[in-house]
Design a protein around this ligand. Sequence first.
Ligand SMILES: [Zn+2]
Length: 415
Amino acid sequence: MDGNENPGPVRTSLWRNARLATLREDLGTLGVVESGVVAARGERIVYAGPEAGLTSELARADQIFDCEGRWVTPALIDCHTHIVHGGNRAREFQLRLEGATYEAIARAGGGIASTVEATNALSVDELVAAALPRLDALLAEGVSTVEVKSGYGLNVETELKMLRAARRLETLRPVRIVTSYLAAHATPPGYQGRNGDYIAEVVLPGLAAAHAEGLVDAVDGFCEGIAFSPAEIALVFDKAKSLGLPVKLHAEQLSDLGGAKLAASYGALSADHLEYLDAAGAAAMAKARTVAVLLPGAFYTLREKQLPPVEALRAAGTRMAIATDCNPGTSPLTSLLLTMNMSATLFRLTLEECLAGVTREAARALGVLDETGTIEAGKSADLAIWNIDQPAELIYRVGFNPLCERVFKGERVSR
Ligand SMILES: [Zn+2]
C-alpha cells in the first residue's frame, strides 16, 4: 500500500438471533450461547456472546443479518486431505469388486503408482482444475479451511507443482488453504529398495526448494512398513526442524512402528490414522500436545477391523480431530458431514468430539487455532449457519446437507 490510499471505513457486520455453538471450552459443552450474536469488524470477530452484552455502538452495524434462531457453528475445517491429484481409481474399485486382488492391480500399474503417473502428467492449471470440484464439495458443507498435501509427485518438480496448485486454490475460492509437504509418502519406481537415496536425493532437496518458494506450512510423512521407517522419517523431520517448519505424520495406520511417539518427540502438530496406536503412544502425544487426527473414510474404504484406540486417547487427554483424508485410493471422500457421521457410527465419538474434531481441534492440528476454529473475539469471522433444530443433526444424518449459509472472513459466501 503506498500510504496515499484511503482504504475507507471498515464495515461492521452483525449476525443476530442466533443459537451459537462457539466451541469455546470455557463455555461448557459445545460452548453454547442461546440468544447469541456475532459482531465482526471487517474480517475479525469483535464480539460473540449473548445479545444482552452487545454495545450500542456494535448494535448499529453497517449490515445486520437475522439468523432467525438458527444454529451457528465455526466454519468447518478439513485438516487432512490429498485433494490435489491427477486421475482417480474408480476402475480399480470396479475391478476389485469383480475379484481382482491388490497384487494383480498393482502388477497392472494400478494402486498409488497410477495416481503418481496421472499427477505427474498434469500441469499446475490442470491440477487446480481437477481439485476444484473436490474443494467445492467440501465448501458446500460449510468448510472454510482445508489442509492440502503433496505426495503424488515423488519427484521435486511435481511435488512443487502440487503445492503451487494448492496455493492457487486459495485465490480462486473463499477458503483458507494450509499446505503439507509429503514427498515421504511412497517410494517411486526408480528408487524401490533405496528409501535412503530417495530421501537424500528427492525428499530433502525438494523440501528446501518448496520452502524457499513459500509453499510449505508443515512437513508430513507416511511411517509404515510399506512406506518409511521411523529412522527415515526422522531425517525428514530433522530437515523440517532446521527450516523452522512444524511436522505431522501418517502413523500407526496398518501396524505399530512407534511413529506417533516419534512425531510427539518432535512436538508434531498431529499424528494421523492411529488405528494401531498403543496407550504409551497416546500418552506421548498428549504430553507433546500432538493432536490425534482420526480418518474414518480410510477405515471404511479399506473395511478395516482395527478401531483407533479412542478410549486410550480420551484417558490420556489427547486432543482428537477428524478429517476426510480425501484421496483417490483409500478415501475418495469429500464430505466432512459424512466424516462426522462415520466418526460417531464407526468410532463412537460423541457429538462434542465430532463437532470439535472438525472445528477447534482441527484448527489446533493445523496450528491455526489463534485464527479460526472457535467463535470468539479476535478470530476470523468464519461461520457456518445451519438449518437444524439441534446440533446432533449434524452427525446423525447420512448424506444430507443442512447448510444455510457460510461466512468466510466476515463475508457471506455462496459456497
Ligand atoms: Zn493421508
